[in-house]
Design a protein around this ligand. Sequence first.
Ligand SMILES: [Zn+2]
Length: 129
Amino acid sequence: MIMSAANLTLTVALFIAWSICGVVNPDYATEYEGALVTYLPVEHGMSFQLSGFIFSSQESQHNGMILHEYGHYLQQQDMGFDTYAITVGVPSIVSSAISKIHHAITGEWGDYYLLPWEADANRRAKDTL
Ligand SMILES: [Zn+2]
């Protein structure tokens, strides 16, 4: 029940954010295979998917990031909000933070996209091509 309320609240908030970005610049709010995509002026590589909304940096229009996030959209459709939030969302946030710390210390990016939930997103997205 709490998770359902959180999902509904987030969905409304994300839709409002997508709509506002589309009013500001129609190129910033698009759609990919049923997912609503918003491009933001944020650091390259920052992106996330939740409940069919993809938020990503403007540079990601030209790389595979939207396809990767679409894979997360397919994960959530398959798993449902609760399981997705617990098995993909939380591990992604934690591992992304660890990855950034690792990069700050070593100057190198780790193998973030080889983590099971990230590799699974890529596999699901590529299966649709
Ligand atoms: Zn990911």
